[in-house]
Design a protein around this ligand. Structure first.
Ligand SMILES: Cc1cc2nc3c(=O)[nH]c(=O)nc-3n(C[C@H](O)[C@H](O)[C@H](O)COP(=O)(O)O)c2cc1C
Length: 141
């Protein structure tokens, strides 16, 4: 199997509407589950940071859809790598809201406490995502 993990950052556009969030996450969870894609979406009401993992052709197909979505722009690839195992295997689409993006968490992986995924390094972005998922997991317990 060719398992890959893709991480990108993007910024919302005027077509984004916070009311759509629930619809988007429900629809995305269903699609991702159907295609054995796992991942996480972090959003601070301005910037998105998303990680998707799965079979290479499936991740490529989904990323093409996402990249054409006019609800966000400045889509910047942070990393695409072949991996031996999934990091987010428990989530088809874990949404991490603003309230979980604490200043302490941001400061740990950035040079300021302002969540700006465009300024994160590849390793920093991945570490940030993992840490945010751990916090989410313990909040759900
Ligand atoms: C920031 C962002 C993240 C998204 N993530 C996913 C996702 O993980 N899975 C998914 O199916 N759609 C996701 N979407 C929605 C897709 O861009 C697209 O609207 C959806 O796949 C339906 O595409 P279609 O109408 O071509 O079938 C995301 C959209 C945005 C703006």
């Amino acid at each position: 199997m060719k398992l890959v993990r893709l991480i990108y950052a993007s910024r919302k556009t005027e077509h984004w509407n916070d009311q759509e969030l629930q619809k988007l996450t429900a629809q995305a969870s269903e699609y991702n589950r159907k295609h054995a894609i796992t991942g996480v979406l972090i959003f601070n009401r301005k910037n998105f940071l998303q990680c998707i993992e799965g079979e290479r052709s499936k991740v490529s197909a989904l990323f093409q859809k996402i990249a054409h979505d006019d609800r966000h722009q400045n889509i910047e690839l942070i990393s695409v790598e072949q991996v031996d195992e999934r990091e987010m295997e428990r989530w088809s689409m874990c949404y991490i809201p603003d309230s979980h993006i604490t200043k302490e968490l941001v400061l740990k992986y950035s040079d300021s406490d302002d969540f700006n995924p465009f300024e994160m390094t590849t390793r920093g972005a991945f570490a940030f995502i993992r840490h945010a998922c751990e916090l989410m997991q313990s909040a759900q317990k």
